[in-house]
Design a protein around this ligand. Structure first.
Ligand code: SF4
Ligand code: FES
Length: 361
């Protein structure tokens, strides 16, 4: 059977970022500015992606606004018929730049918030006045005719601000609010003890989200991602490995997910050296965990195997030490009980200090 085309491409244009979030999802080994691909590379890749059947481009990073050619890339993506979404911290944006991007065809802006109040948010992002700038930029997005998603990354040190966070998203005119508890990959693993919520705090958050979903029905759509450590079933990570989307690193490597490089033995190909269609359909990294043929028990004979595809490969590696194992977020995985015990112990650790993520050029 031929491989269906991907829906979306996540273009990590750069790993440069002025913020220093303790849960940064970028790889531990950041791509330095000198190894970033030039404008022509991204334009060729976008053309290839559109020809492959990609419908959406998510311009991401690091902070994609650190790229001087961002407007040119948005214009090129839109000329190829792609729906362009900018995933940004907003701290490098102002009205003039946002107007320029809107004129180039940008359809959607997703702004991350580190908290609902300036003291919390600026402490977590470790960047002065970030919150103030985000508020100003977020207000402009709907006014310029673009859709706005607020991405609120939640954890033990800002979960008490959840009701304010939801009210803020509504007040800013967001179409969508993504409330995502920290996922513990890469740098976030180093700060797990400082970020992990207690189970009780998580229950309160679940109720808050349910209540506000009712209140805001038809006005703000709320997506909610709970921490895997307290889950019973795993997430369908990336919508299934090599099934819906792919990620391109700043140096042009095409990856099945943003953390795939943590998996030893996978061979990643570079756009420009191998055609994108060949990488997507037959590349060794994409075929390694696509579908269900790679699975072992309990996944191999499970009724949910084509729903969640065994969960997250990177988490299976990080927690169970084996990328082929069942994601320990699953209650049927051998290490599942340990995961919740570990979460509870770390949530009660009282360790609130962060190891911040710093980009060094
Ligand atoms: Fe999903 Fe595997 Fe758990 Fe079944 S056993 S629910 S396929 S992770
Ligand atoms: Fe890599 Fe989930 S982050 S498969």
């Amino acid at each position: 059977m031929s491989t269906p085309p991907p829906l979306a491409m996540v273009a990590e244009l750069t790993h440069r970022c002025p913020l220093q979030c303790p849960y940064c999802s970028n790889p531990l080994d950041l791509v330095k500015v000198a190894r970033e691909q030039p404008t022509a590379f991204w334009q060729n890749l976008i053309t290839e992606a559109a020809a492959l059947g990609v419908l959406q481009i998510h311009l991401s990073g690091g902070e994609p606004c650190a790229r001087r050619d961002l407007t040119a890339l948005v214009a090129h993506a839109c000329a190829q018929g792609l729906y362009a979404n900018l995933i940004t911290s907003a701290v490098l944006l102002d009205e003039a730049k946002l107007c320029e991007l809107a004129r180039a065809g940008l359809a959607h802006v997703q702004i991350s918030f580190q908290g609902a109040t300036a003291p919390t948010a600026d402490r977590i992002g470790h960047y002065p006045k970030a919150h103030e700038t985000k508020l100003a930029v977020a207000r402009l997005v709907p006014a310029l005719g673009m859709s706005l998603t607020i991405n609120a990354v939640m954890h033990r040190q800002n979960l008490d601000e959840l009701p304010e966070m939801i009210a803020l998203a509504e007040a800013l005119g967001a179409d969508r609010l993504e409330i995502a508890h920290v996922q513990y990959h890469g740098w976030a693993l180093r700060n797990r003890a400082a970020l992990m919520p207690t189970r009780d705090a998580l229950r309160i958050a679940d109720d808050t989200v349910a209540e506000w979903r009712e209140k805001l029905r038809g006005r703000v759509a709320i997506d909610y991602v709970i921490p895997d450590y307290y889950a019973d079933r795993p997430k369908t990570c990336m919508g299934g490995w090599g099934q819906k989307s792919f990620v391109v690193s700043p140096d042009g490597r095409v990856l099945p997910c943003h953390a795939a490089e943590t998996i030893p033995g996978l061979k990643f190909q570079r756009s420009g050296e191998v055609p994108l269609r060949a990488i997507w359909e037959d590349g060794p990294a994409f075929t390694a965990f696509r579908g269900i043929s790679w699975m072992r028990e309990p996944c191999a004979s499970c009724a949910f195997r084509e729903e969640d595809f065994g969960g997250c490969r990177c988490q299976a590696l990080a927690i169970a030490g084996d990328a082929r194992a069942t994601d320990p977020a699953c209650h049927l995985a051998p290490g599942h009980g340990l995961m919740a015990q570990l979460a509870q112990a770390e949530a009660a650790s009282g360790n609130d200090g962060f190891t911040y993520r710093r980009y060094a050029p």
